[in-house]
Design a protein around this ligand. Structure first.
Ligand code: GLP
Length: 233
């Protein structure tokens, strides 16, 4: 795991963008994408760039259960707004939060990941160390699955909703094993609220209690952090 300390989110986004550009120049076909505030500057750089994703595929980490594609808080809408509307991919996959057969849907999503192996996975991190929506305690060999969100996550994500009770209690997320299959992984973290999770991710034991710590076992993972997120390293 390579830890890169940056001044701020803009510098972090530039470094992530340069890695992404090089991966594409070297033939990357599929990007694994994340939502949340962390990757927004990276997506801005992708939008402003001359890169073209029309021959590429994207697979997103997760989606809230119970939010339709039209819901402004859905991750589908987030991706449309921040990337896909201006830079469409040949095909973009996100879990379907409205599926009425979660079991088959998660299997289908695993099949998509088999068909389109992720060349570069973008990750943020939850304050509790989650990646995607894999909360502490998730099995390290997990594939796509239904997640019960923890209170800390519901609270943290409530800033995107009118009130906390509007935050969905469940999500569908790629599993930890699925994420680790990506050839290259970039995790970005900015701000003090991430400092404890980053310290445990980088220096702690590899444990399912800190899902991001599994990146220590990945052969090509970058952790890009600003000074606040790196403050407990
Ligand atoms: C959500 C997403 C994660 C994201 C995390 C952090 O829980 N499922 O993929 O990394 O939020 O969000 P933010 O980047 O806004 O801090």
């Amino acid at each position: 795991m390579k830890v890169i300390k940056v001044k701020d989110q803009l510098e972090g986004a530039q470094i992530a963008f340069d890695i992404l550009k090089e991966k594409i120049e070297n033939g990357a076909k599929t990007l694994g994408l994340a939502t949340g505030s962390t990757p927004i500057e990276l997506y801005r750089k992708m939008v402003a760039s001359d890169l073209d994703f029309k021959d590429m595929y994207s697979v997103n980490l997760d989606e809230y259960v119970g939010l339709s594609k039209e819901n402004p808080q859905s991750y589908y809408q987030f991706m449309k707004e921040h990337l896909f509307d201006t830079k469409p991919f040949k095909e973009s996959f996100l879990p379907d939060g409205m599926t009425n057969d979660i079991e088959s849907h998660t299997k289908e999503y695993d099949a998509i990941l088999e068909k389109y192996p992720v060349d570069l996975q973008i990750l943020g991190i939850g304050n509790n160390g989650h990646i995607g929506f894999n909360e502490p305690g998730t099995a390290l060999n997990s594939k796509t699955h239904l997640v019960d969100l923890q209170d800390k996550t519901i609270q943290a994500n409530s800033r995107f909703f009118e009130k906390e009770s509007d935050v969905p209690r469940q999500a569908i997320s790629m599993g930890i094993a699925s994420i680790l299959k990506a050839e290259t992984i970039i995790l970005m973290a900015y701000g003090k609220a991430k400092a404890d999770a980053i310290a445990k991710t980088v220096n702690g034991p590899v444990t399912k209690e800190v899902p991001a710590s599994v990146l220590q076992n990945h052969q090509d993972a970058y952790v890009i952090v600003d000074e606040d997120a790196a403050s407990l390293l």
